[in-house]
Ligand binder design. Structure first.
Ligand SMILES: Cc1ncc(COP(=O)(O)O)c(C=O)c1O
Length: 356
């Protein structure tokens, strides 16, 4: 089976698995806010029409300044991307042909982008049951590397590395020349302490942010990297002119001033996630702790979860496979936290699976 390399767009998974897609499906493979975009997005619609006739500002200055202001940084510390995914490609292109180190499991796009630019990739695995940064191994590997990727909150596990561990790593690698990329795409869901303020102390730190997840604007594509002026200057030449469209720039500026939406969402998602984890454990699934809007689960009776994935697909329930996450290799499934009614449908399908 040739699984799609990302979640969302469930038609691809149905096609790859040979299961006929039912007329209605619930997509637990996509990790965006189940409430959808904030209400103010609809009110902005008429203003979008006015902007699309002109080229957008190539530097996205107004939006970048609003983001910098929210993070207590300067415009020169922000580079906008067509989603955080585009920034990952800028970084891989900067590292072209040089070694890239990835703390695994992690978002698959780091490896795909690095391989596209001829970077040899090395993994440093983390123990799923003891989620701490393998600092000594990383320091050793970073010596020869151009870039090191760390995903926290982690996609796909939902777990978070402690800020003090990240700072120790940054201290120990500051003289090496490798850029340490900390991907905080899911930071808004965890609400922990961000590492972003540390870019003032560490010139080799680059922090990735995505607006597409919490604010559910994945189709618009808005992300950015916060980093020292040196790193931004290194990455800028790889940015195509007008890479972020005019609508996305307007929305990014507005999102920068809306922290309340994230706080409200986090509150109910946290409750719903903990309820799901509790109930899944009661019916016999193994579930990893998570700080965000998704979690890993498995039926301990199976080595590879493909039969369970297929069973759920037939019922119109789409989970994310983990075949292309090194270290997971199909032994887990990832589920998003959705609204209560949808989560209950997942629970009843899993109960049915267990009672077959
Ligand atoms: C960890 C992580 N980083 C970055 C991205 C890319 O996000 P964006 O939609 O902003 O391109 C994703 C998307 O799923 C992700 O999971």
């Amino acid at each position: 089976m040739n699984f799609p390399s990302h979640g969302a767009n469930p038609s691809h998974l149905y096609k790859a698995s040979g299961v006929v897609k039912p007329s209605s499906v619930i997509d637990f493979s996509v990790n965006t806010n189940p409430d959808g975009p904030p209400g103010w997005l609809k009110d902005m619609w008429p203003s979008f029409f006015k902007t699309v006739g002109d080229y957008p500002d190539p530097s996205g200055q107004t939006a970048a300044e609003a983001i910098a202001g929210r993070l207590a940084l300067l415009f020169e510390n922000i580079l906008l991307g067509n989603g955080a995914a585009e920034i990952i490609h800028f970084i891989a292109r900067y590292a072209s042909g040089q070694k890239a180190v990835i703390v695994t499991p992690a978002f698959s796009e780091y490896e795909e982008a690095c391989r596209a630019y001829g970077c040899p990739v090395e993994y440093v695995p983390v123990d799923l049951q003891n989620w701490t940064l393998p600092i000594n191994a990383l320091v050793e590997r970073a010596k020869e590397a151009a870039v090191l990727f760390i995903c926290t909150p982690n996609n796909p596990t939902g777990q978070v590395f402690q800020k003090k561990e990240l700072i120790t790593l940054l201290e120990k690698t500051s003289s090496f020349g490798a850029i340490i990329v900390v991907d905080e795409a899911f930071y808004d869901f965890a609400g922990d302490e961000s590492i972003t303020s540390e870019i003032k102390s560490f010139a080799h730190l680059a922090v990735l942010h995505s607006m597409t997840k919490m604010y559910a604007v994945a189709g618009l594509r808005i992300g950015y990297v916060a980093a020292s002026k040196e790193i931004i200057t290194k990455l800028k030449p790889y940015r195509p002119h007008w890479n972020v469209n005019a609508i996305a720039l307007q929305v990014a500026q507005k999102i920068a001033s809306d922290t309340e939406y994230a706080v409200r969402t986090r509150k109910w998602i946290d409750k719903e996630r903990e309820r799901m984890i509790r109930e899944l454990m009661v019916i016999g699934f193994v579930v990893l702790p998570s700080a965000v809007n998704f979690y890993l689960l498995k039926d301990p009776a199976l080595d590879n979860q493909k039969p369970l994935l297929q069973f759920l697909l037939k019922q119109g329930i789409v989970l994310r496979h983990t075949e292309n996450f090194p270290g997971l290799d199909g032994q887990w499934l990832r589920a998003a936290v959705k609204k209560e009614q949808d989560n209950n449908q997942l629970l009843s399908a899993l109960k049915e699976w267990k009672s077959r």
